[in-house]
Design a protein around this ligand. Structure first.
Ligand code: ASP
Ligand code: MG
Length: 438
């Protein structure tokens, strides 16, 4: 049991890619075993690919198809690789089958049912990880976040956790003996209906749980070496950043760096809890530390977003159109990346969706829409704007737009999605390795 003098605990979050197979779960267990004396708290995602699989099955069930085999096989194969009882997930799989059967009978999927279906990914992975820990002699308990008292609003698919949850989570965790292996991503509303926090929401769960217990550190364990200066699939020359302030990390994720959930930094920042992004394959490496503050901006890296559209709305009263559009987007929970108005047109850059299309049509002006665009944010590099724009010009990529945003002098360029890899690589090279640019 914890006492006021007991040292504070660390929270360790493991993503789905780290739990993809038996070797992955063994690496996770070794990390927790090494830290078991300091009472670590584990937060886990669903195993790699399972959330997407569940999502597809929920939709298919509404269309009359019900095939649980892929989800069953994924988990059974992991259990077999770990030498665990193949029946371990049966109770959850049966409950999942019942929910999907209900969806199929009604022929429609509510957002609440979708969350219920998605929740099984984390609920099952927490059982598997805890069972493996027990198997190697560590005391471990799988914990559903909703049983800990993580209460959210009822906004299914993008629920927000209520601040009042913190005290319950803290008390409940103190009563658990052994390593709690907590489901990320899921919560429940005040009526006990399951909710989810949005894709990649386990990072946010870990940050909120760390805040609730006053953790001394959160480690986000990934299968990359830390926060990189760009997505390595787009920019092979991307390098690990050793230190980021909370603000820098928040801005980097906000503009598209997918290494952490964009909202996960905020609880850490407000509670001054240091975080680290480290690699499960190299647990001795420091990775990237996220803490503290810095005055002034510095060039951090390149963050990208795909699937964007740029709309120009030509209308008589641009100011009024802007207000109307902002209200429509807010009620549809669409966050535009950029809105700008000049004398005769409104410019909007946002992820393309049917709701966005409808909101634009309702403005009644003449519309020009370009889709399949991507943004490249040179985060913190606003003072290097010329170098960024020159780099694009040199490789012959026509930018559709460019603007500054954020609090740390970030410059964003909008380019055709098909040009994204070479444009991102050119901008990254211009900013971080000027001497190697041809
Ligand atoms: N399993 C959920 C997802 O894939 C949440 C997470 O991984 O953080 O989005
Ligand atoms: Mg994930």
């Amino acid at each position: 049991m914890s006492s006021p003098t007991s040292p504070s605990r660390t929270v360790h979050k493991f993503g789905g890619a780290s739990l993809a197979d038996g070797a992955g779960v063994r690496r996770v267990a070794a990390i927790l075993r090494e830290r078991s004396a300091s009472r670590p708290v584990a937060v886990v995602s669903a195993i790699a690919g399972v959330t997407a699989l569940l999502d597809a099955q929920a939709r298919e069930a509404a269309q009359g198809a019900l095939d649980l085999a892929p989800v069953r096989v994924r988990h059974r194969s992991l259990l077999a690789q770990l030498g665990l009882d193949g029946e371990l997930c049966n109770r959850h799989l049966a409950e999942l089958a019942a929910v999907l059967a209900g969806v199929r009978t009604r022929g429609r999927l509510s957002s609440g049912e979708r969350d219920h279906v998605l929740s099984f990914g984390e609920r099952i992975s927490a059982r598997i990880v805890a069972a493996h820990l027990s198997n190697i002699g560590l005391r471990a308990v799988p914990v559903d976040a909703f049983d800990l008292g993580l209460v959210s609003d009822s906004n299914h698919g993008r629920a927000r956790v209520l601040a009042s949850s913190a005290a319950n989570v803290k008390n409940a965790l103190e009563r658990i003996d052994g390593i709690p292996v907590i489901t990320g991503f899921v919560a429940a509303d005040a009526d006990g209906r399951l909710t989810t926090l949005g894709r990649n929401g386990s990072d946010l769960s870990a940050a909120l749980i760390a805040e609730a217990i006053g953790a001394s550190e959160v480690v986000f364990w990934k299968d990359v070496g830390g926060v990189l200066s760009a997505d390595p699939e787009l920019v092979p020359a991307a390098r690990v950043l050793r230190e980021l302030t909370y603000d820098e990390a928040a801005e980097f994720t906000r503009f598209g760096a997918s290494v952490l959930h964009a909202d996960a930094v905020h609880p850490l920042m407000r509670s001054r809890i240091p975080a680290r992004v480290a690699c499960v394959r190299e647990p001795g490496d420091e990775g990237t530390g996220i803490r503290g503050e810095r005055s002034g901006a510095r060039c951090i890296g390149v963050a990208c977003r795909r699937g964007l559209s740029r709309a120009l709305v030509h209308c008589a009263n641009v100011g009024q159109a802007r207000l109307k559009l902002e209200a429509a987007l807010a009620s549809a929970s669409i966050e535009p990346l950029h809105i700008a108005a000049n004398d005769d047109a409104l410019t909007v850059v946002a992820l393309w969706s049917d709701e966005l299309g409808r909101a634009l049509l309702e403005l009644g002006g003449r519309l020009e829409i370009e889709r399949e665009l991507a943004s490249i944010a040179a985060v913190g590099c606003g003072s290097e704007a010329e170098r960024v724009l020159d780099a694009l010009a040199r490789i012959g990529v026509t930018r559709r737009d460019a603007w500054r945003a954020g609090e740390r002098a970030t410059l964003l360029c909008l380019v055709p999605e098909s040009d994204l890899p070479r444009a991102a690589a050119a901008i990254h090279a211009a900013l971080f390795a000027p001497t190697t640019v041809a």
